[in-house]
Structures are given as C-alpha cells and as structure tokens.
Write a protein of this length. Sequence first.
Length: 408
Amino acid sequence: MFLGPAVPSAAHAEGAGAASYIVALRPAAGDADIFAARQARTLGLTVLNSYHSAVLGFAASMSPAARAVLAADPLVASIEPDRAFHTDGQVVPNGVERAKAELSKTASIDDVDQPRVNVNVAVLDTGIDTSHPDLNVAGGGTCAKSRNYDDHYGHGTHAAGIIGALDNHIGVVGVAPGANMFGVKVLDDQGNGTTRELLCGIEWVTSTRTDTDRHNDIDVANLSLGGTGADDGQCGEGDGDILHQAVCKSVAAGVTYVVAAGNDHEDASHLIPAAYREVITVSALADSDGLPGGKGGSPACRTDEDDTLANFSNYGAAVDMIAPGVCIYSTMPVDSHNLGDSGGYGTLTGTSFAAPHVAGAAALWISKHRGASPAEVRRAVLAAGNYDWDDRDDPDDIKEPLVDVSSF
C-alpha cells in the first residue's frame, strides 16, 4: 500500500499548529480504522473518530505538515476542516419583532441569557409549565382544582413565553427576556374558572406586596381571561363588584394589571376585567410578518388583513392599546396536546396573546424605573406606543397606540 513520501519531522509535532480535519477515503483504502491507525503511527496525528457506514474515512487532529502528506496520498479522496455547527437558534416571533423589542437596550436581545429582566410578572391563567427550559419560573400559587400551578393546558405557558422567554439560543425570546415568571393557576386544565378562583389569584398577587419578603413582590399581572360585567366608575363600590374592588386594591398596592380585550368582536366595556379603567386593556392586531405596511407574511397567518384590527378582537373606549395577537409563536407545555401543540412551542391566536406583549413592555419599563406606580407605568407604556397600523376596520373612532418598546 502506498504510504506517501518520507515524512518531515515537523509532522510528528502534532501539537504544533494542529487542527481537526475530516479525511474521506477512497474504497481502495480498505478498513478506515486500520488506515487511520497506520497514519497515526506514521504521521503523529490523533484519531478522533472513524466512519464506515455513511462515509468511509476518519476525523483527526493533525499538524499542517501531516495534512499535506495525507492530501498527497492517492487513497485519500479529500480533507476538509472540522467545521462548527450549532442549533438553529431561537426565533424572534413576529409579535416580539413588531413590539420592537430587538431595539430595546433593556431587553438586550442577543442570544445571550444575561442580563435577565429582573422584574416579577404573574400570569393569572392555567398555570405555567414549571419545567420549561425557555422560561424562568420563579414561583406561583394555585387557586384552581390542582395540586400545584403547573400548566397542563398551554394557555398560561404561551402567555408567559411572550412576556419573558429566555434570550438563550433556543426556542423563542420574550419582550422582557428572563423576567421572573410566577404562575398563578386560576383556570383549570380545560381553561375554565370562576370569580372565586380569580379573586383568589388576585389575593395571592396582592399579598406579595404586603408580606415581609420583598423579593416576591409582583410588579405586573397578566390576565388573559374575562367574563361579562361593566365598570361602575367607582372601583366596584357603586355596583358591589367585588372583583373590581379587589383589582383596585391590588393596583393601589403597586401591581400593574394588563388584560385581554376579548375575542367576541364587540365593545370591550361589556367584559371584565377588560372594562376596568384601572387596568391596561389590549386588543389584537393582525400582523403576519412583524412589520408595518400591510404586506403580510405567511399565508397561513393571513386569514385577516395584515396590520389591521383582528376580525375577532373586541374594541371600544375601554381598550387602551393594541398588540399583535394573530399566529403568535411562543412556549407551550412540553407534554401538552390540549391546544393542538406539543414539544414545548406552538402558535396560538387571540387577544389573550396580545396582552402579554404589553405586560412584557410594562416589565421592561419597570426594570429601569423601580418604585413607579401603576399609573406611571401605564402612562409610560402608552406614550411609547406608535400608530403605524391601519385602523380602517376598527368599529370605534379611536386609534389606540401599538405597543413599542424600542425607546426602553
């Protein structure tokens, strides 16, 4: 067998300028293990792997001189550098892109999981998948018929990812990457709940502001749920609305509430807590490409006209802000099939997933304005919004600001 010319002494100095290469052999070379072992003895290279089935060859660390000798061997088909491969990386969802979170210095989206947005956000929903690798779940509580606040449905986990999915090379990234997420389970594993359970959740959130542990103080609460009702303009004192009274007391304790406007294409003033003036109520924008201009993206997400009010979204004077809510890609429980998605990520639509974009925006602003009141947070988030969307099919005469955190 031809072994090539005499080997320069430098070829034996495998550590000098050595690098990893993939060596492909011709069929006449025979057994890859035997060939590689012979070259290791002769040229001083270090065999790392050998291949027999998919390709005939081996990988080795070798000096430039050894590489030159191998390249001249007629039994060697080719030699190429051992190239680096990585995961495909995380996706910046259209909603996060449209909120301009990539332009926020505070969000600092760069595929590096530091620094995290150190703000406590509660998701009052079906819970949060406590084992999800793309979420920073800091704690929580349960008010539904469940032993813990783990999410087996998907709704709450999806909202949590929109707010604060980690900036960490995998999955997706949220508007406020790495925010401390607290799952407050007020809906069961079919997405149903009662006033009693929601009151329990608001009680839990408010109690964090009055206990002795300052580290668990909830700053932002996201409520992607609703039932029929109205705002009496007196924090529930006029009509005896206990839920409204609880929300007002929680806001007074320092919690900023962000809620979904609802999906019935009607006036949001008929849905609570969306109707309450003390919260930030969010309608849904149909946005299929993460960009203004109405050009749209994926045909699968263009069941509604791009850059307009989603055709299911509630509207009216109770709505404070609009955010993407159609075909929103975010985290899902890894083992859940209840909403048609599994494997840890999925796409859902509704004002339920518009509101978390604004909750994330509130968390970003609070992270740089500690001690700000909910009224101050509300003013800042609304003032930062832009009007670069088409409201021609919005039934009311109010063009709400579109969430925009680029200035945060």
